[in-house]
Design a protein around this ligand. Structure first.
Ligand code: KG4
Ligand code: ZN
Length: 329
């Protein structure tokens, strides 16, 4: 089954052709970073307009690269949420229109679930596994019993981890998106100069809270004389605190739920630093990361999960399915 996946939740316009949920024939991602850079973050209205301009060329490129025509596609899969509502509407309406015009089925996909699927794509992973989603919008721990069967065991009560990286980067006058910039700068800094810590939520050992950490960064920054070394030390101390918090909760959740296999997904898992630290801290667990091309927002994970969603639950109704700004696992 050939699936065309579409993704437009935020500032990436993406299309991919995937065979049978695992073989990636093409994976085209058009990033809008250039457009939003000057504003220090994503401007929703500009993002929507760019999606409108670029969606059809991106779909054409995905088909061309895969060596297929749009008529060869058996199923259309699209991110239905969570994300910027205007941005989501572009992908959702493109997929609905194509499916309707060509008389093919289409499915709406939860973008957060797709980030997790990226780590499973083409692999047989023993279940239940622990799922860890670390992205710009989510920080979620879940017990994964099977594709489509999740039990959420932890989430952030305020900022998502990627958001905390982006806000810390802004405080330090680093460009958007902040995560990769902080990772780079942290290599030159002392991770123990500032005693930053991630937050705990009383009675919920697997929940996260990053707003206190972000405020601690702001206060540290305001107290210091701004030098390149101070900047690097704050970046390194922040990154250490955020990742230590995640690693501790992942370690305890894997023990508590007896999960030998851990799946990671979302843009923050693009950090090589995080991957190395996790491997060092959990050598006795089997860690599954998406390939780097599937870590950040992409449509191959949408097409891949779309195949399973259709197999398990059938198609979505094109007249019923709505884009949804807020959605978790
Ligand atoms: O999954 P994603 O592409 O979009 C969402 O679904 O949110 O994640 C984007 C987030 C941004 O907050 C970005 O700063 C963060 O992932 N990120 C990183 C790194 N690369 C991207 N955070 C920390 N370290 C990185 N190397
Ligand atoms: Zn994402």
């Amino acid at each position: 089954m050939l699936v065309l996946g579409l993704e437009s939740t935020c500032d990436e316009t993406a299309a991919a052709v995937v065979r049978d949920g695992k073989k990636i024939l093409s994976n085209i991602v058009s990033s809008q970073i250039d457009l939003h850079l000057q504003y220090g973050g994503v401007v929703p209205e500009l993002a929507c307009r760019r999606h409108v301009d670029i969606m059809i060329p991106v779909i054409e490129e995905a088909c061309r690269k895969a060596g297929v025509t749009i008529q060869d596609i058996d199923l259309f899969a699209v991110s239905k949420g969570p994300g910027l509502i205007g941005a989501l509407l572009i992908g959702v309406n493109a997929a609905k229109t194509l499916a309707y015009a060509l008389g093919k089925p289409f499915v709406g996909i939860n973008h957060v679930e797709a980030h997790l699927y990226a780590a499973m794509m083409g692999k047989e992973i023993p279940m239940p596994a622990l799922g860890v989603i670390l992205s710009g919008g989510h920080t979620t721990l879940a017990l994964v019993r099977a594709i489509g069967q999740y039990e959420r065991i932890g989430h952030t009560v305020d900022d998502a981890i990627g958001e905390a990286f982006d806000k810390t980067a802004k405080i330090l006058s680093l460009p958007y998106p902040g995560g990769p910039e902080i990772e780079k700068l942290a290599k030159k800094g002392d991770p123990h100069r500032y005693p930053f810590k991630g937050g705990n939520v009383k009675g919920h050992p697997f929940n996260f809270s990053f707003s206190g950490l972000k405020t601690a960064v702001l206060y540290a920054f305001q107290k210091e004389v701004f030098t390149e070394q101070v900047k690097a030390d704050i970046a390194a101390s922040f990154q250490r605190a955020a990742f230590e918090d995640v690693m501790g909760k992942v370690e305890r959740a894997a023990s508590h739920y007896e999960c030998q296999h851990i799946l990671f997904g979302g843009g923050v898992t693009n950090s090589r630093t995080l991957r190395e630290w996790l491997q060092a801290r959990l050598p006795y667990r089997e860690l599954h990361f998406p390939s780097f091309e599937l870590t950040l927002d992409n449509a191959a994970m949408i097409a891949g999960l779309g195949y399973h969603r259709y197999r398990l639950q059938g198609k979505s109704d094109p007249f019923d399915l709505e884009a949804t700004a807020v959605l978790d696992l």
